[in-house]
Design a binder for this molecule. Structure first.
Ligand code: ADP
Ligand code: MG
Length: 212
């Protein structure tokens, strides 16, 4: 893999900035169909990662992802804490079983998204963060199959994430707090889908400006 964990401080900082910049908008989304705490929950996790930046730099990817996952699980709380935590712990686990090539990373990410589905007892189409993670996993897989160049892949991933967020708007929520609203959940974007997109786009943005 051309990208090493030495990039993690920049990635974490970019994620922190993206969430901070969009905090009000996301809070309004979670207030509309959830309980309004999603950004605060997520920022607890991001701040914990900020404090671990220097430690993460010295690790290999599987260990770094595992550590990030454990930190997120123990700090975010809410429904999203165990899901974001599971994503990274599962990436760490899968990364021990395959090489970190473009194809390998696509497989690792897909396996991690499958672990999130299992953990949330949820799937794509239920108006959650999976409506961003699932399509992004598919985009990575098809880029790997077609040996798409890195920059084109990253741009496609960012666009796919944005489309995933928008796809949640008219969905009926069947998981999480929004599910209590039943039909009234329609017409609102899911907050977890939005923060997932912001984080993925922030990562893509950093990688696009990193010379390979
Ligand atoms: P809580 O709902 O406990 O207050 P957060 O506000 O931090 O937790 O996170 C809410 C987000 O978590 C939702 O917007 C949704 O994207 C995601 N979510 C909740 N439950 C599930 C689930 N079962 N599967 C997938 N994602 C879920
Ligand atoms: Mg909430």
């Amino acid at each position: 893999m051309i990208f090493t964990p030495a990039l993690l401080p920049r990635l974490i900082e970019a994620i922190a900035t993206a969430i901070e910049t969009n905090a009000e908008e996301v809070t309004a989304l979670d207030q509309a169909i959830g309980d309004g705490d999603h950004v605060i929950n997520l920022q607890r996790g991001i701040h914990a990662l900020m404090a671990q930046r220097d430690e993460l730099v010295g690790l290999d990817w599987p260990t770094a992802w595992q550590k990030i996952g454990m930190t997120l699980m123990s700090t975010i709380g809410g429904a999203s804490g165990s899901l974001f935590g599971t994503l990274f712990v599962a990436m760490g686990k899968a990364a021990r079983e395959q090489p970190l090539t473009q194809q390998g990373f696509a497989a690792i990410f897909s396996q991690a998204v499958a672990a999130v589905k299992q953990r949330g007892r949820s799937d794509i189409g239920e108006k959650t963060l999976l409506d961003v993670l699932g399509p992004v996993a598919d985009a990575l897989q098809s880029a790997a199959t077609n040996a798409t160049a890195c920059a084109a892949m990253l741009e496609n991933v960012a666009d796919t994430a944005v489309a995933g967020v928008e796809s949640t708007r008219d969905m009926l929520a069947t998981k999480g707090r929004a599910a209590f609203l039943e039909e009234r959940s329609r017409g609102h974007i899911d907050a977890g889908a939005k923060t997932t997109q912001l984080m993925i786009s922030a990562v893509a943005g950093v990688l696009l400006t990193t010379p390979a």
